[in-house]
Design a protein around this ligand. Structure first.
Ligand code: IMP
Length: 447
């Protein structure tokens, strides 16, 4: 297999159902970038970073923020909750994370990002309650208002960040939005109606505080691109939660694949650079939806063990994550969809000392063997996984690993098999939450 190409820019995406450890890899590779960009999703994400033993969880601000002086951008494609943003700014400020910079010097928010308002959260939760009584069941959203905010955006009635700075435009848009939301709240959900004045006042106040952070993020990025400054695009959630290509309708409402990095930030495809797909050595999923290699019912003890030592509880909602074996059919699909040039395999330490490890290499359905990820959710919900079994590897000292040959033989074989199957190199291997517990075999950044 070819070495991955090096590039000035790098795009990082989740190659599973989210929670693959993107925050850690963005923090790690962020050292070589000058600009770090969130391009989709919102504070449904929970990116956990551990630096010098100290844990930081970020939901909205890009995970490059812990490196001094990096420009962290929230681009057009993000749905932006200003309250969460200011909580993060205040907490990072209190812990000295801005290294003497004023927060607005290094964190900028696109004027065209759409704003998550309190009624989006309310509607998200009401829709979920309502759905749980129907036949389809609920999606299991994070309840952060993500879907309803994207709905308003696509319906061309959303409120953008720049509107918070324009009282008259805001008044008109908010009046219209509230009129419509109140019909839904009153007649569909039989819930309390919204009042215009307090929300309007609150939005104006938030707008004033936000003013120094608001920028033409696309323009900033275009300048960086023209000058050849290294840019890191930080994906949130994962490929299988993509609204177009994931396990619809059990998905999030944004474009989580690498193409979303370009539409969400306003760049042409040449800006994408290398694409690093993050995958755990096993799989997890939060919320509802099909999960072919899930082992909650078939191997509950193993699932509980992995959940416990892997700390598989949501960084955003605290929900316990469903656990399964690594699914190479789904991973190959993710490699193809994203144009992944290198994989970062995380949590390899969690599988040490197991009697055996399984990986799913095909699905069985109606007497047939499926090699490819089916596009029908009905089929995907009924497939039976076919597994290959591998021996586990012993514990090893990450700091002594210089090349792949220094890894335990069993782990080398496991990686070789994955690469051969999915058609992408494992260029980064992670064995713990800390920066130092990472082996970078091929850094995707030039230089
Ligand atoms: P929403 O994004 O809150 O609308 O949730 C839609 C689906 O995506 C649910 O199944 C969530 O559990 C899942 N989801 C959203 N964000 C994340 C994430 O950052 N990690 C894992 N799952 C997520």
């Amino acid at each position: 297999m070819k070495s991955q190409t090096k590039s000035r820019n790098v795009t990082i995406v989740g190659a599973q159902w989210g929670d693959e450890g993107k925050g850690k890899i963005v923090d790690l590779l962020g050292e070589k970038a000058e600009y770090i960009v969130r391009f989709q999703g919102g504070n449904n994400a929970g990116h956990t970073l551990v630096v010098n033993g100290k844990k930081t969880v970020l939901h909205l601000i890009p995970s490059g923020i812990l490196h001094p002086g990096k420009i962290c951008l929230i681009a057009n494609g993000v749905v932006f909750d200003p309250n969460v943003f200011f909580q993060e700014i205040d907490s990072l400020n209190a812990s000295g994370a801005f290294h003497g910079y004023a927060p607005h010097e290094i964190v900028r928010v696109s004027e065209r990002a759409h704003v998550i308002l309190p009624y989006h959260r309310t509607l998200d939760q009401l829709r979920e309650d309502h759905a749980s009584k129907g036949s389809q069941g609920k999606i299991g959203t994070t309840g952060r208002g993500i879907g309803p905010a994207y709905e308003d955006k696509v319906a061309r009635r959303g409120i953008q960040v720049v509107d918070l700075l324009r009282p008259e435009v805001l008044r008109q848009k908010l009046e219209k939005a509230i009129e419509e939301k109140n019909i839904l709240l009153k007649h569909l959900f039989h819930s309390k109606e919204l009042e215009f004045a307090p929300l309007y006042e609150e939005c104006l106040k938030v707008g004033e505080r936000l003013r120094p952070f608001v920028a033409d993020v696309r323009g900033i990025l275009q300048g960086a691109l023209t000058q050849g400054r290294p840019i890191l695009f930080e994906g949130a959630q994962g490929t299988l939660l993509d609204v177009d290509h994931g396990t619809y309708p059990f998905v999030t409402s944004s474009s989580t694949v690498s193409g979303g990095a370009m539409t969400g930030s306003g760049m042409g495809p040449q800006a994408m650079g290398s694409v690093i797909g993050i995958t755990k050595a096993y799989c997890t999923r939060v919320g509802s939806g099909p999960f072919p290699s899930e082992i909650e019912e078939t191997e509950p003890e193993t699932a509980n063990h992995i959940r416990k030592i892997g700390q598989e509880f949501g960084a955003t909602t605290g929900r316990s994550r469903r656990v399964g074996w690594l699914d190479l059919v789904a991973l190959r699909y993710a490699v193809q969809l994203n144009g992944i040039t290198g994989l970062a395999l995380t949590k390899a330490d969690i599988l040490t000392g197991f009697e055996c490890i399984k990986v799913c290499t095909a699905y069985r359905f109606g007497g047939n063997t499926l090699q490819d990820f089916p596009s029908s959710i009905e089929v995907l919900s009924q497939v039976e996984p076919h597994y290959e079994v591998f021996p586990s590897w012993p514990e090893f000292d990450t700091s002594k690993v210089q090349t792949r040959k220094d890894l335990p033989e069993e782990l080398q074989k496991y990686l070789d098999f994955i690469e051969e199957f999915v058609g992408a190199r494992v260029s980064i291997l992670s064995t713990g939450p800390g920066r130092e517990e990472t082996m970078v075999f091929e850094n995707p950044f030039v230089g």
